[in-house]
Every structure is written in C-alpha cells, then in structure tokens.
Design a protein. Structure first.
Lengths: 201, 194
C-alpha cells in the first residue's frame, strides 16, 4: 500500500468500522482507539492518539519511519506480512487477565493457537508471535492483519473469543482444543482456506 | 424446487447470515435440497457479499459430485442430514455467539422455554463431541446429535440448524440463540442468585 492509499484508508476507517460492526452486535463492544497502516516500503502512517477517529483529518496523521521504538514500528518491522495494526478497547477482552487457550475453531484459525497477555509494552512482539491478537495489561488490545479488513475481523473475533471464555465459566469453563490441532487449523487457514476467496471462482 | 430459485434463496441467505450476526466473513454455510438427489450449497471460502446466485453450487447428495466452483467444505454434513432426515429441505451451519459459548463448554443446551422447545424439537439440544472440521467424525457425530430435533451444537465450533424451508431454518437458528442465552442466564442465576 502506498502513502496515498494508506491516507485514504485511514480517512475512511471510521465509516468502514461503523458499517461493518452491525453484524457483530452480539459479540461485545469494540472501540477502535488508534490505527496504524504500512505506507510504502519504509514508512507507517498512524492516526492521532487522542482525537476520535471520526474527527481526524489528514493533518492529524503522523508518518513514522519503519524502524523505531514504538510497538507499532516493531510489529511492522518484524512482521513483513502485516499491513494494519489496531489498538482497541473491548468490552470482554478488557476483562481477560489470563491466556485464552484455543476454545473455538474460528479463533484458532484466525487469531492463532491462543491469545496471550502482554503485561508490558516490551512483551507485545513476543505475545503476538505467530498470532494476530494480544491483550495488554491495561485492558487494551492489539489486533493485526494483512489488511485493515483482516485486522478488523481479528478484533471482532478476539471479542467473541473473550466473551465465550468469560461466559462459559458458569457452564464449567470453556474446554480447550488440542493445541497441535489448533496449530494445524491455523496453517490450513493461512495456506489454503484464506486463498480460496480469489481462487475458487 | 426450481434450481434457479434455490440458487437465489441460498445466495441471499448467506448474506443474511452475516447481517444477522450468525457468522462472520466466509464462515458458515447454507443449503437447500432441490430434489431427492440434489442440493444447492454456498461455495467454499468466498465472501458472502461478493457472491451471486450463479456462484451457488449444485451437488449430488449421494455421490458428492459437483461441477464448477468448489462447494463449502462442510457439504458432507449437509448431505448426511438430507439422507438421514428426508423431510428436511434446508440446512444452515452458523458460528453464532451464544451457541458458541455453550459449544466452547462442550455442553448441550437445556431448553427452558416451552415455545423454544417446540421450535427446536426437544427439551435438550445436544452437542456433538469435538472433531476436526470436515472430518468423517464431525459429520456422523453431528447428524447423530441432531437426532430427531432441529439443531445441534458442534463442540468448539458452532451450530447446525435444519428446517422444512429456509425461513423455518432461520427461525430455528434465532431460537437456538435465544435458548442458549436463556440457558446461560439460568446457570448464572443458579450460581450467583438474582
């Protein structure tokens, strides 16, 4: 994605989230706090940290070099396939204080073998390793994807998984899928199923 | 049922699944039985909002043969249901929220509301044990878990709902969601009080 496309996507992100969120109403509330997009080979474009997304203009966006000390820069630098990073605050994910094991097939396929907690900012790259979502110690979450759409779905699925994990406690707790099978499902999703949208025509 | 009409219904039903929050993205699948030997089912891995009726796949229920676009990978489950429950004309597989919570706990649902019992066809909706998606085990065990009712949970996966037509099947899916939510609330009440 070049800088101009990244700017356009960032400008339209709020409206995109609004229209897409309708189908996820029973999954819990997801608030999008900050968006970062890869903009060309060596830069990232990031939204304003404090202003609501709906009020932001081009002047609010910050262009950062790919190499740097923020966790956004580190994620883009070390995960070359990642083009979108979302910082969120989510109704159910914010209540989770422990690793969520693989409890749903769609979680395993899209988010990875489990969802881990990053207690400190320095842990984020590690807790995201081979995964697409992590919950932070302060209750916020980071969801990543190959595109803004992928990262958005990761955020929604993190909320569904967190809700299932919390609400199932009253039923005796969610039961984990075998972690090897969860890994195999993620590989199947990444290598085969996710490519069918373009191949199966 | 006319095949062209069935393609239209299946296509719009896939989009409705997303709109009503019963699935996300490309997950889930929908089918209609068009005659004693064939069904129309949604294709594999495609986004519902990009599909047209022509993308829906005609499949032989007994041989699993099809032409053109690859059908949903869960087609074996749909075929098994049509074979074991001949009067059923429509099947939908969802990843709906409250059914997923109960499925994650690998429990069946005690259906509390008598109206829900009538629509779902039983006082308990069973959960099929966990098995890998598209496996022989998930097909056989899920059809068995449905039994004579109109729905089953699939452990750690989602739910499958059946009906005499698509509208009826959607009604079953929405009722299952309400029944699962009521079951969870009932358990909370038992555990924590009001």
């Amino acid at each position: 994605m070049n800088l101009q496309s990244a700017q356009l996507q960032l400008l339209g992100a709020h409206q995109y989230f609004e229209t897409q969120s309708a189908g996820y109403q029973t999954w819990g509330k997801v608030n999008f706090l900050r968006i970062a997009l890869r903009a060309g080979k060596d830069q990232i474009l990031i939204s304003h940290p404090d202003k609501p997304l709906s009020e932001q203009t081009l002047a609010d966006f910050q262009l950062l070099p790919l190499r740097g000390e923020t966790f956004y820069q580190k994620i883009f630098f070390w995960r070359s396939g990642i083009n979108a990073v979302l910082l969120t605050y989510q109704e159910y994910a914010s209540q989770v204080k422990e690793t969520i094991p693989p409890i749903l097939d769609d979680q395993a396929q899209l988010l990875g073998v489990n969802v881990r907690i990053a207690r400190k900012e320095i842990d984020i790259l590690c807790t995201l390793f081979g995964r697409y979502a992590t919950i932070l110690g302060n209750g916020q979450s980071i969801c990543i994807g190959n595109s803004l759409e992928d990262a958005f779905v990761a955020a929604q699925l993190l909320e569904k998984t967190s809700k299932a994990f919390i609400e199932a406690k009253v039923l005796g707790g969610a039961k984990s899928i075998n972690i090897i099978e969860a890994w195999a499902m993620q590989q199947f999703y990444l290598l085969k199923y996710s490519k069918e949208a373009s191949k199966n025509k | 049922m006319d095949i062209r009409e069935a393609r239209k219904i299946v296509c719009s039903s896939g989009q409705r699944l997303v709109r009503e929050g019963l699935i996300a993205r490309t997950w889930g699948n929908v089918s209609i039985k068009v005659n004693d030997r064939q069904m129309i089912i949604t294709p594999s891995g495609r986004k519902y909002d990009e599909l047209t009726p022509e993308d829906m796949v005609l499949v032989d229920i007994y041989t699993l043969k099809y032409e053109g676009i690859k059908p949903s990978s869960e087609l074996k489950l749909h075929c098994e249901i049509y074979k074991t429950r001949p009067h059923i004309r429509s099947v939908i597989h969802t990843h709906q929220m409250y059914a997923s919570i109960v499925a994650a706990a690998q429990k069946g649902v005690e259906v509390i509301n008598p109206e829900h019992q009538r629509i779902l066809g039983g006082k308990v909706i069973r959960s099929a044990p966990y098995a890998l998606p598209n496996s022989r085990a998930i097909t056989v065990d899920t059809a068995k878990a449905i039994g004579s009712s109109n729905a089953a949970l699939m452990a750690n996966h989602g739910a499958v709902c059946i009906g005499v037509d698509m509208e009826d099947t959607f009604h079953v899916a929405k009722t299952l969601e309400a029944a699962c939510e009521a079951f969870i609330e009932h358990k909370k009440h038992q555990k924590y009080g009001s």
